[in-house]
Design a protein around this ligand. Sequence first.
Ligand code: ADP
Ligand code: ZN
Length: 726
Amino acid sequence: MSKDSPFLTAAPVLVPMPAERAYTYAVPQGMCVAPGSVVRVPLGPRLVAGIVWDGEAGSVDARKLRPIEQVFDCPPINHDMRRFIDWVSQYTLSPPGMVARMVLRAPEAFDPEPWTPGLRLSGGQPDRMTGARERVLAIAAGGLSWTRSGLAHAAGVSSSVIDGLKAQGVFETVMMPPLPVVAAPDTTYAVAELTPDQRLAADELCACVRAGGFKVSLLDGVTGSGKTEVYFEAVAAALEQGRQVLILLPEIALTHAFLERFQNRFGVKPAEWHSDLPPRMRERVWRQVAQGTLKVVAGARSALFLPFDNLGLIVVDEEHDPAYKQEDRVFYNARDMAVVRAHIGGFPVVLASATPSVESQVNAQQGRYGRVVLSARFADAALPNLRTIDMRRAPPAKGSFLSPLLLQEMGRVLERGEQSLLFLNRRGYAPLTLCRSCGHRFGCPVCSSWLVEHRFRGQLVCHHCGHTEKKPEACPDCGTLDHLVACGPGVERIAEDVKEHFPDARTIVLSSDIAGGVRRLRLELEAIAKGDADIVIGTQLVAKGHNFPNMTLVGVVDADLGLANGDPRAAERTFQLLSQVTGRAGRTGKKSLGLLQTYQPEHPVMQAIISGDSELFYAREIAERERTGLPPFGRLAGIIVSAPMRAEAQGHARALRLNAPEASDIFVLGPAEAPLSLLNGRHRFRLLVHGERRSDLQGFIKAMLAAGPKVRGQIRVQVDIDPQSF
Ligand code: ADP
Ligand code: ZN
């Protein structure tokens, strides 16, 4: 390299795109970069943010490279986080750049937060004193600088009072450094008085935190046993050691009540992280997490990819929840990746659930995870009395979906001024619409699924791709007018059913379709908790985590719903969901009841729910998985091949299978049509790769993809390690 070259060296930079490795860029003279630096680099015609990666750039002529444009003035992505990116990339078989992309999800955060103008007393006096002015001056006398609205709020006056004082020179303007997103939590703010059982559990978790080092604890406690109170003690212990804490929660709608509980314990709310966060807030949270100034984040699965400076504990609440699985671009399970993150960082992780996943149960049984158990509900809250309603013996009246037994109990609850919840995990009015004259069924034009009627909106909607059409008056096939019938119920139809029977009851329908989005949902949940509804009809959104003190009856409209598909995980999922739903009842001292409408009351899931014997249920599930070599006793991966043309997708999948390497411990099944064989205009075929517990599934799949035909044109191949359904 010639002496006068402005570029002295080269550096590898990982850019946020599907690149298999870091690209090499020149480092201009005088620029200082190290592994982890966040930099701006040219990529094709664009400028993107990337991470300076580890390793040598290789022997290249730096003069031929494009230079790094800028080093952002933000904390570097630390060593642990870079190892985490590598690990997730290798495990999920996603390009490392796509994992880095999940870390760099707050583009403006890389520039320093601007300072903002504030006010400070100048020493001048106002022309005359009023009560309002006195209050302002008393508060500002502390010598701190204030924002205009912050000062007005603290003094309880309107901003115009502040403006008046400023006009008279009582205040001077100063620039203030950025404020923290939230103040530091106070671990001694309101220490909970734990029951002896809870104390034992909390002590065990706190001991792990204080000892430091990697350790997974499964916090296994029935709904309402106080798991949150218990893991808050572990959070406090980590904070006292000066470490940062991440709490993962499965649903955003849930977080609001959670934030308040956190505030009751620690005096401030934790920072939130999820896709509904306004961009400005995202940037501030990202930056302050990286700086280490923000101590606690409560977030959705994507929070796992925040670049914590000094993370010392992760809690995964409702660890069994399917919402932790991302099935888009990078396919990962946040629960499992949280364990990996903790392993890399050398700190403990707590997995909390009333109905742990079979995987975590087995890990605890085999001693890889510690198990901390809470066996009783807190205080006088008793678990609801649970019964099945055999729908063959007590069928609903014609046109209704509610058994007379359920209606009778609802009537009693209504008379007592208490609340009922009817649970049906199906959005909309009816899952199928057909023509009574010709039998035409309304299907999605681009998916292999029926359109769901949403009567409130007058539309037919595909729940997979979002395709929407107006519900016609006449059948599009035979033209007959007014012969379209709705088949089966969704929550909207159950609401109609309820209105028929209890016209004066106050009802609320809750599903993700609710107009007004998350904000409105939060308001409705608060309204229910306050008692502003008599009967709530909801999907799984209401099943999770909420505390409704006056709810004494939970009716499951179709307890068999989740069991119908042939998925080996169906029983586990149904058990978890039904346990959670029925757990909404009886959270205070009142007597409560859970009723499950079913056509198969003898099914092991129903038996486990009503007997409360989850141990027997898990023992059977685990034995079955062991017998069939399914996870966690064996390993599974799905490979989905999709294309607009059916033959193209199928042909590619077949060719992949033919090119699978020889292995005695790994089998390839398929290709078969994927569970949703047409999605968004793409035909989908699936190969299932089934290995033993210690098989190198990733190595096998990599070899198979490398040996198979090139992915061209419109074909897409997605690898899903540890698929949700199998
Ligand atoms: P879980 O997460 O196991 O379902 P929670 O932590 O939500 O249970 O506790 C259920 C209810 O009992 C909550 O309202 C909680 O505030 C209350 N609770 C639990 N333990 C205590 C305690 N030690 N002191 C006061 N309230 C408690
Ligand atoms: Zn569709």
